[in-house]
Write a protein that binds this ligand. Structure first.
Ligand code: UDX
Length: 484
């Protein structure tokens, strides 16, 4: 069960503290990284909110925590969050940020006690780039911090280019929502590794107006400023998928900065039948296993899988209605993840060809032969998972890196298309119906599938090639050397 102390029976290896941003899309890859490090003999303490830890462990009915997380010590600390929806980032960002502040204070107290009073030695802290205060705490105790970048190399390059954007395109303020309102905005050509990208595809668009624009700008600027303080950076990305940006990393980073590309950080069970990994293991929600049986009854490549990740939801009931009509008019079988929310009623529809569920075992769904397309918000994890499974996408990005990930999927890799009405955020039922047909049936659909299969082979290569294990070995030996 979660504890507020580190487990006494630490492995002989060096101790690493891993701190994810307390959201599903950040917990999943960092848990996978933790498993990799634990498999190499490091002692890993995975520290996040008590609420997240209880959700992770309670959504696994059939396994005990240590079976799912061998060698990983789960440490839940207080962030004042009891689980009510009013702390949800999308419903009440102010409260979410307040709970992050409390998480910060609890983390300070945890280190005061464990490192200060009990004298526990910590080789390094590996924490999310969106938690700049972990750097301050690490500095206070002279513990090296390795930053975990949860997004793509392309998004990193865009973020590092903010200062030069201001010089090369003085009129362009990428944090201003207006940039994103026109789909044919200005082309930006000054981003290393990305010869050309429309300004409206940059990863800085927030949904919440001026305050969240200012918050986002502050986040990115802090991440850039802190780079000199990081001991190293780990990316959930692969040089095989983003070779051009990877080739520019030396130009983007200070010369003494070491970086590791360890992506795609997905459970090894999906890549090798010999692995004893139990699945994602870090899902915070109960996965609807019955949906896989339903998929078994469907024809090959016929089902559109729909999921907008763990945060994004529909703008209002009108948008949901419009989406539902387009989906039904497409007549395409679908499996739709609709997370229950206080904001919107779950759609009830009389339809023989579709199924709505609350949370899917996404990797198993994407791996299923019946699934022929993925309508996705283009979160980075979903992006990597769709590529690994060779499933063509209909991208419907809403904010931040999702927009750039959609560009990567549809314009760079050409494994699908973008839902055209997304710029105004409002979906149009006719455009949705047409886009679903283009993705799922006919000649264009065949081309998307062939291309997705090609990219899948490349992505699997990235996960299995020996260079990945040498990157991991190099990271582990750096961490061990920090322990001395
Ligand atoms: C967010 C951002 O969108 C993402 O770009 C960022 O890098 C991390 O945080 P989120 O919006 O939740 O994450 O999307 P995504 O990155 O796709 O992560 C969602 C995860 O939940 C995926 O690993 C996906 O497999 C999983 N999932 C989603 C399920 O297991 N079941 C579901 O029904 C839906």
């Amino acid at each position: 069960s979660p504890s507020v102390h580190f487990a006494a029976s630490a492995a002989a290896g060096a101790r690493v503290i891993v701190v994810p941003y307390p959201l599903q899309g950040h917990i999943t890859p960092l848990m996978q990284l933790s498993k990799l490090m634990a498999s190499q003999g490091l002692s890993v303490s995975f520290v996040t909110s008590r609420y997240c830890i209880s959700k992770i462990t309670s959504s696994k009915q059939s396994f005990s925590a240590h079976q799912i997380f061998p060698g990983i010590d789960l440490v839940g600390i207080d962030d004042g969050y009891g689980g009510s929806e009013d702390h949800d980032l999308m419903i009440n960002p102010e409260k979410f940020l307040e709970s992050l502040e409390l998480l910060h204070l609890s983390f300070v107290k945890l280190l005061d006690r464990t490192v200060g009073e009990e004298g526990i030695r910590i080789a390094c802290i590996i924490s999310d780039s969106f938690l700049p205060w972990t750097q301050d705490v690490a500095n206070q105790w002279s513990i090296p911090r390795i930053c975990f970048w949860p997004n793509s190399l392309s998004v990193f390059s865009c973020s590092m280019s903010i200062p030069s954007l201001a010089v090369s395109s003085p009129a362009l303020n990428p944090f201003n929502a207006r940039v994103y309102e026109t789909s044919n905005g200005e082309f930006v050509t000054s981003i290393p590794g990305i010869p050309e990208i429309r300004a409206c595809m940059l990863p800085f668009h927030t949904l919440g107006g001026e305050r969240s624009e200012a918050w986002m700008r502050h986040q990115i600027e802090t991440q850039i400023q802190q780079i000199n303080e990081y001991k190293a950076i780990i990316f959930n990305a692969s040089p095989c998928l983003e070779p051009e940006v990877h080739a520019c990393m030396k130009e983007l980073l200070p010369s003494d900065k070491v970086f590791y590309t360890l992506g795609p950080l997905v459970p090894s069970s999906i890549l090798s039948s010999e692995s004893d990994d139990q699945g994602t293991g870090s899902s915070m929600f109960d996965e609807d296993e019955a949906c896989v049986e339903w998929l078994d009854t469907q024809s090959p490549h016929s089902v559109l899988y729909i999921s907008l990740g763990s945060l994004i939801t529909f703008y209002d009931e009108a948008e949901l209605q419009e989406f539902t009509s387009g989906l039904l008019d497409s007549k395409q079988p679908f499996l739709w993840v609709f997370r229950p929310s206080a904001l919107l009623p779950t759609p009830r529809m009389e339809c023989s060809f579709g199924k709505i569920i609350e949370w899917a075992p996404q990797l198993r769904v994407l791996a299923h032969n019946a699934v022929g397309g993925f309508l996705t918000h283009c979160g980075w994890n979903s992006t990597l998972e769709s590529l690994l499974m060779g499933v063509p996408v209909l991208g419907w990005p809403q904010m931040l890196d999702q927009t750039t990930n959609c560009w990567f999927l549809t314009e760079k890799l050409k494994v699908g298309l973008r839902l055209e009405s997304m710029q105004s955020k409002k979906v149009d039922h006719k455009s949705l119906e047409n886009s679903i047909r283009r993705l799922m049936v006919g000649e264009e659909a065949k081309l998307f599938r062939a291309r997705a299969n090609e990219v899948r082979d490349m992505a699997k290569e990235a996960c299995t090639q020996s260079s990945l294990s040498s990157v991991l070995e190099s990271l582990v030996s750096t961490i061990v050397s920090l322990n001395h």
